[in-house]
Ligand binder design. Structure first.
Ligand code: SRM
Ligand code: SF4
Length: 568
């Protein structure tokens, strides 16, 4: 859809109401009216169709199998056991019997049909979780380090992220009127929208909160990042602010590219909301509203210049960025298994392939997590790597949880035969994603299995190589931060990208274009052989490929690498 039409749909939407009520009430089709398909995103849902049956239905002259994806707004991915049980019931009653943990710590429900959409939204809200602004040209779900070790700092970070998320919600009551039957307020449509204005942002906007030494949220991939800085007592003092990260690109369009964020500098904790507001409103006013492909904040920085944008943010926030203070990042992965938090409570991190939780033969994961939720007194935390933490477990509860986990094979991901398989991520792609060019989530297990013998052959089964697969260049699994990444081009064909690091601080680069699995394996095997023979101590695969000149930094115009010393 052109920028112009999206911009006018937003402006004419009567604060995101459009004709959604009429669209939902139309019994003739399973689809929404065209403009409403854009507007429903701001309510946290996408109209999709089941692409596995698209051709067959076309042959039968049936309309596509329309269905809806719904995404929660769950800042930091924290839900209580009671909420878990309710969301599980939603997935089972209205969705495709699966819960999908996303790369931004949300749940996605897939396969909801139009006539059950409202009941589904109501059931989600009954769990005290909403879906407002989970999609659309607004601030999306806020990522937060799931760091299970530093309990009090995590709690502070989480609290800040949750209030940032609330603060940046659209002000409209449309969501509550349409889905929750709230009475329409007099004069609605003229509601004040002080942060967004009537056209909202030029494009989606994403915020991440990281806590060194872990960069499990890939903070430099976010439009706006807050890197926690602790004082000598471990209390949260403030944040180093990063600006202008983003992954999305379009094949063959050099004007689009992934970009890591710039470091703006330190702010005290008290300035958080002022700075967040200033960044969002600066993007609202300076962002590109004529070319949607160039509308993300990363392009605003490149088009207007970092200094201009930073000065504008400082002016609006009434804050001057100070020299950066954060500690270095060591890793952007999760720590699997049990870890003890600083408060003596225990956290079990489960590696869940591509974040999908379902009941499969011999692997009743949905049922097992329901059983855990019934006895668990802590919380669940989704990680930004599509994994799950059963968090805040008392020492004497561990055995009960372990028993359920082992019985259902919920730890199969943790026991995967290669470190690569344990840490890999894949976006949803087919059959639900309308933009997918190739498989991702459904291909991940097969591809990991194909790599296993190669890795074992060279003694690399435990080498923590970071693999990410995306079904198209939009980059939903943050593939440009993978040491190995497959980016979909066409069915069964991928661009092979190589050379990111383990800290989320270096983008990878194109190594082979548009190749099939045999060629991918053939390209990787000699690199594994060289890596096994010539790596220096703990050298990562991506670092090795750079040191030995196999790959160089990608040819994007800006911000391809954040120097490791930046936080030192
Ligand atoms: Fe994404 C669009 C799935 C994280 C960049 N993304 C989509 C849509 C909604 C397809 C569409 O527009 O029709 C996908 C729905 C698939 C489905 O069937 O469920 C989709 N994105 C996802 C999720 C579920 C991937 C996953 O496997 O976990 C993630 C949901 C996150 C959430 O809970 O909010 C998801 N998407 C990301 C990320 C990663 C991140 O934010 O850390 C990125 C790259 C970072 C970024 O935004 O720069 C990302 N998604 C995109 C883009 C490219 C945006 C751009 O700047 O060009 C699109 C397409 C678009 O916006 O036009 C997109
Ligand atoms: Fe869909 Fe592409 Fe995102 Fe994968 S990367 S979920 S294929 S938009």
């Amino acid at each position: 859809m052109s920028t112009h039409s999206v911009e006018s749909i937003k402006a004419d939407s009567n604060r995101l109401r459009g004709s959604l009520l009429e669209s939902l009430a139309d019994p003739v089709t399973g689809a929404l009216r065209e403009d409403d398909q854009t507007l429903i995103k701001y309510h946290g849902s996408y109209q999709q169709d089941d692409r596995d049956v698209r051709e067959e239905r076309r042959r039968q002259k049936l309309e596509p199998a329309y269905q809806f994806m719904i995404r929660t707004r769950t800042p930091g991915g924290v839900v209580s056991p009671e909420q878990w049980l309710k969301l599980d019931a939603v997935a089972t009653r209205y969705g495709n019997h699966s819960l999908r943990i996303t790369t931004r710590q949300a749940f996605q429900f897939h396969g909801v049909i139009k006539r059950e959409l409202k009941a589904t939204m109501q059931a989600i809200n009954a769990a005290l979780i909403d879906t407002l602004a989970a999609c659309g040209d607004v601030n999306r779900n806020v990522l937060v380090a799931a760091n299970p070790l530093l309990s009090s700092a995590h709690a502070a970070l989480y609290a800040d992220a949750a209030r940032t998320s609330e603060h940046l919600l659209p002000n409209t009551r449309a969501y509550y009127e349409i889905w929750l039957d709230e009475a329409r307020v007099a004069g609605s449509g003229a509601e004040d929208e002080p942060i967004y204005g009537e056209r909202y942002l030029p494009r989606k906007f994403k915020i991440g909160f990281a806590l060194p030494p872990l960069n499990d949220v890939d903070v430099y991939a976010n439009d706006l990042g807050f890197i926690g800085v602790l004082d000598a007592d471990g209390d949260l003092l403030g944040y180093d602010v990063t600006l202008g990260g983003g992954m999305g690109a379009t094949h063959g369009d050099a004007g689009t590219y992934p970009r890591l964020a710039n470091m703006a500098g330190f702010i005290p904790r008290a300035a958080l909301l002022d700075v967040a507001t200033a960044v969002v409103t600066t993007q609202r006013d300076l962002g590109n509203r004529t070319l949607r492909k160039r509308a993300r904040f990363k392009y605003t920085l490149d088009d207007h210049g970092l200094d201009t944008v930073v000065a504008e943010i400082e002016r609006r926030a009434g804050v001057a960025f100070q020299p950066r203070r954060s500690r270095p990042f060591e890793h952007n992965g999760d720590r699997y298994g049990w870890t003890e938090g600083s408060d003596g409570r225990w956290h079990l991190t489960l590696s869940l392939p591509a974040g999908r939780i379902a009941d499969l033969p011999g692997a009743p994961h949905l049922t097992a997590l329901r059983e855990i939720a019934r006895i668990h007194a802590g919380e669940f935390r989704m990680t930004g790597n599509q994994n799950l933490i059963v968090a805040g477990v008392a020492a004497d509860q561990r055995a009960r949880i372990d028993a359920i986990v082992q019985q259902a094979g919920l730890d199969a991901g943790n026991r995967a035969p290669t470190a690569l398989a344990r840490a890999a991520m894949a976006c949803v792609a087919l059959p639900t994603c309308g933009l997918a060019m190739a498989e991702a989530e459904r291909y991940l297990p097969d591809f990991s299995a194909r790599l296993q013998p190669l890795l074992e052959r060279y003694g690399l089964a435990e080498a923590p190589i970071l693999l990410r697969i995306s079904g198209c260049p939009n980059g939903c699994s943050r593939p440009y931060l993978g040491e190995i990444a497959l980016v979909g081009k066409a069915p069964g064909r991928y661009n092979l990208m190589l050379g990111a690091d383990h800290r989320g601080q270096r983008l990878n680069t194109l190594y082979r274009e548009n190749i099939t699995e045999p060629d991918i394996l053939a390209a990787l095997e000699p690199l594994f052989a060289r890596y096994a023979a010539d790596r220096i101590r703990d050298e990562g695969f991506g670092d090795f490929l750079h040191r030995t000149g196999v790959v160089a930094l990608p040819p994007y115009p800006t911000h391809r690498e954040i120097p490791v010393e930046l936080h030192a």
